[in-house]
Design a protein around this ligand. Structure first.
Ligand SMILES: Nc1nc2c(c(=O)[nH]1)N[C@H]1C(S)=C(S)[C@@H](COP(=O)(O)OP(=O)(O)OC[C@H]3O[C@@H](n4cnc5c(N)ncnc54)[C@H](O)[C@@H]3O)O[C@H]1N2
Ligand code: MOO
Length: 392
């Protein structure tokens, strides 16, 4: 059956992204505890509830004193007390005086520098500084961030460091974009679940596990659906039984091979685009089946994961892949009429193409550091500049 008039044939990546954006449900916000925030995306900006540091404090173990007293060394100062983390020195430091101080302890009033423990000698109430006390070993109150500062922007993906930051800002719960429930489906008579017995001509079902992990990384809620056999009825039954899903992502069955059930099913429903101007991933399709959005990725495992990286991830996170410029350590050819994403190793400031670029060769993707992006007609000689997407 031919595609409907609204179908984009051989969409560009931006066209495909724009078309898909209209298909996803409006994104709600929800609150999660800090321990549930990894990979989630902030739905609104997050401001600090307190200054960090909350007081001016020492960055080192040693003694706190006046920098002016300790510019010429060796110098002898009188120890008048101690400031420990949680138990500050009470009072003001006078000229010629010092207090013992530990890392993170509040600087006494009057003190503005710290001499490190390894740079001094203690003798009862006398301390001899052997190196000048340093103002740079003092952390000023609010020098990391101040109460009320909008530290994390809406749209920020929560990494371990950002979760620690949110905790340091005083937040126990975080407003995040509600996860989408995404069904992950594969199809093909040759597929055997990992762990099972493999006969010649069969292949372990790998794609859903990579897609499941990528969806989890992006803060969504993937649901693995059992692989469907290559019969029209089997696929339809899987989709109908999939239950309440916001989106379905399939892999396989979009080629022109005659057993390509996903393609046929989508063509009976509503096709949004059929074919993408990229390599790998050219046969990618998207559309709707009984109202539910479906992104149909190619079966070749590298194609499925590369299309996730350059199309699905930007769609689900609202962020374009971050590219950096590197030198081409080897030549990178273009793919006629398509944007190519070549697997590459990154060494120093240069990208080197992986010898193996076959779309079925998953090992070379797993062992790559980056995808080098080469626009149609834009092949690059060794020594030229290339844009690359770093793979996590
Ligand atoms: N004559 C042509 N043949 C092909 C073309 C073409 O233009 N002309 N395009 C090739 C490209 S590019 C791709 S990509 C594939 C797309 O094919 P399908 O999406 O229909 O994928 P399948 O035929 O189902 O499988 C392809 C390949 O991938 C393996 N596969 C599939 N699913 C999984 C899975 N879940 N886990 C692991 N491996 C999987 C499958 O065994 C096949 O080896 O078509 C090319 N052919
Ligand atoms: O799009 Mo196919 O991606 O090269 O294997």
């Amino acid at each position: 059956m031919t595609a409907r008039p609204s179908t984009l044939v051989h969409a560009t990546l931006p066209e495909a992204l724009a078309a898909l954006q209209h298909l996803l449900p409006a994104r709600r916000a929800e609150e999660v505890p800090l321990t549930g925030g990894l990979g989630r995306v902030l739905a609104s900006p997050l401001s600090a509830r307190a200054d960090h540091p909350s007081a001016t404090e020492s960055a080192m173990d040693g003694v706190a004193c006046r920098a002016a007293d300790a510019a010429q060394v060796p110098v002898t100062l009188k120890l008048v007390g101690e400031s420990r983390a949680g138990a500050p020195f009470v009072g003001t430091l006078g000229p010629g005086e010092a207090v013992r101080i530990s890392t993170g302890a509040v600087m006494p009033a009057g003190a503005d520098a710290v001499c490190r423990r390894e740079d001094l000698r203690l003798d009862g109430e006398i301390v001899t500084l052997l190196a000048p006390a340093r103002p740079s070993d003092v952390r000023a109150q609010g020098s990391d961030f101040q109460a009320g500062d909008p530290v994390l922007e809406a749209g920020t993906r929560l990494t371990p460091a950002r979760l620690a930051l949110a905790a340091a800002m005083g937040h126990a719960a975080l407003p995040v974009v509600a996860a989408l429930r995404v069904g992950v489906l594969s199809g093909g008579d040759e597929l055997v679940e990992p762990g099972g017995f493999l006969r010649a001509g069969q292949t372990y079902n790998a794609n859903p596990y990579g897609l499941w992990a990528a969806l989890r990384e992006d803060g969504h809620d993937p649901v693995l659906l059992p692989a469907a056999a290559d019969t029209p009825g089997a696929l339809e039954a899987r989709l109908n039984a999939a239950g309440d899903l916001d989106l379905l992502i399939s892999s396989g069955g979009v080629g022109a091979g005659g057993h390509d059930q996903v393609r046929r099913l989508l063509e009976r429903g509503n096709v949004l685009f059929s074919g993408l101007g990229i390599r790998p991933g050219a046969p990618t399709m998207a559309g709707r089946w009984q109202g539910r959005p479906i992104i149909a990725l190619p079966g070749n495992p590298v194609a499925a994961l590369v299309v996730y990286e350059v199309l699905v991830r930007p769609l689900l996170t609202g962020k374009e892949p971050r590219t950096i410029s590197l030198q081409a350590g080897t030549p990178f050819r273009d793919a006629p009429g398509r944007t190519a994403y070549w697997r590459a190793l990154v060494r120093g400031n240069a990208a080197f193409d992986q010898k193996e670029q076959g779309s079925g060769m998953l090992r070379s993707l797993a062992q790559s550091d980056a995808l080098v992006v080469i626009p149609a007609g834009g092949g690059v000689a060794a020594g030229g500049q290339v844009e690359v997407i770093m793979l996590s």
